[in-house]
Design a protein around this ligand. Structure first.
Ligand SMILES: [Zn+2]
Length: 215
């Protein structure tokens, strides 16, 4: 492995995180949610570091060598590898939401189409779906769960600023869509984060079906 770890990070800890990311990525790739090497996944290592997928790799075939260490500014640590262009969106979650330890970002067809359809409103309001309760802290289908849709840009600071503005307003944020692009969601551990991603994929698919059938 070309990754050199700082002495504060045990090799087994990093390897465990890398394996967890690779396992999740394989399943999500199999589901067809990571087309054409897109998508990126990360896990917090400690307050200052996270493990993240290296840019451009096939997410269905990741091994430990496809995961790298970054600091919370999104800079590579102990490797020449290049992290995803969207790394700042991961580290933003770790900095702003200290209880969150995993960030998953995928580009499924459902996520992509829903993001386009709801971009005008700037938000998907999920209401009346039992599966909303799969999101940590949501206890009833009766509450509205807001998933914002932010405009896509290749200039990450603009996206970071929009996420910051939402968080600064005090509204709950469990996930967001980027228009024509995909979804970001997070959780306290890998199992919770995967549950969030699966629930949101399902709920967005339901919203698309509703629109299609009631047209
Ligand atoms: Zn992306």
């Amino acid at each position: 492995m070309s990754q050199v770890l700082p002495s504060s990070i045990a090799a087994e800890l990093f390897a465990g995180r890398a394996d967890a990311i690779a396992d999740a990525a394989r399943d999500l790739a199999l589901a067809g949610w990571t087309p054409a090497t897109s998508s990126n996944f990360s896990m917090r290592i400690d307050a200052e570091h996270a493990a993240i997928t290296i840019s451009g790799r096939d997410k269905g075939k990741l091994g430990r060598d496809d995961i790298m260490l970054i600091d919370m500014q999104g800079k590579a640590v102990g490797t020449d590898a290049r992290p995803s262009a969207e790394t700042e969106l991961h580290t933003q979650i770790y900095r702003r939401l200290p209880q969150m330890n995993v960030v998953l970002h995928t580009h499924s067809r459902t996520q992509s189409v829903a993001s386009r359809l709801f971009a005008k409103e700037g938000v998907v309001l999920l209401e009346g779906w039992e599966l909303q309760k799969a999101i940590a802290g949501e206890t009833t289908h009766e509450a509205a769960l807001a998933i914002p849709v932010f405009p896509n840009t290749q200039h990450m600071p603009e996206l970071v600023a929009q996420v910051d503005a939402w968080l600064d307003s005090g509204k709950p944020l469990h996930a967001y869509l980027i228009n024509g692009h995909g979804i970001y969601t997070w959780g306290r551990d890998m199992a919770e984060t995967r549950r969030h991603l699966e629930a949101l994929e399902f709920l967005l698919g339901c919203e698309l079906d509703l629109r299609r059938l009631s047209a």
